[in-house]
Design a binder for this molecule. Structure first.
Ligand code: CMP
Length: 139
């Protein structure tokens, strides 16, 4: 079905100049970019975004990393875009990511893995709401 999902180019990806390459992959795939902004995430937003990982040992490191430089927040629309974008990213651990995926092609570590994507329709709605106001998205 037609879905919207939240995608993000993390600070490592932005810093390395991978934004155009990743947007090109999204365009080639056929997804519609309905929202796009480069921004620095506040600690509050980062802690809300990663709330489910609060108890994990790497939580502090994760929040430091994601707030440590500008990210590109993207709202994507397309047929099965939630699972489709996760497929394009590949596994969280780049060592396990399938050839041709973003993580396999551009990342080497679990923490700095270039992109994020919502893992369910509930997360997509929550994360899109956290990063975009209603009027910022295309109809
Ligand atoms: P993401 O899928 O965006 O959301 C959770 C993030 O936690 C994940 O990407 C990784 O970047 C990060 N993460 C997961 N496991 C580890 C780990 N073992 N060490 C450091 N970071 C991790």
């Amino acid at each position: 079905s037609m879905e919207r999902t939240f995608a993000m180019i993390k600070p490592d990806g932005v810093r390395r100049g991978l934004t155009p390459e990743i947007l090109a992959r999204i365009q080639r795939k056929g997804y519609r970019v309905v929202g796009l902004k480069q921004m620095v995430i506040s600690r509050e937003t980062a802690e809300a975004h990663y709330g489910e990982h609060k108890e994990r040992p790497f939580f502090g490191e994760l929040v430091d990393f994601i707030t440590g430089g500008p990210v590109v927040a993207i709202a994507l629309e397309g047929e099965n875009a939630i699972a489709g974008w996760r497929g394009m990213m590949g596994a969280t651990n780049p060592a396990s990511a399938a050839p041709g995926t973003i993580r396999a092609d551009f990342a080497t570590t679990m923490g700095e893995n270039v992109t994020h994507g919502s893992d369910s329709s509930e997360s997509a709605a929550r994360e899109l709401g956290l990063f975009f106001a209603e009027g910022e998205l295309l109809a």
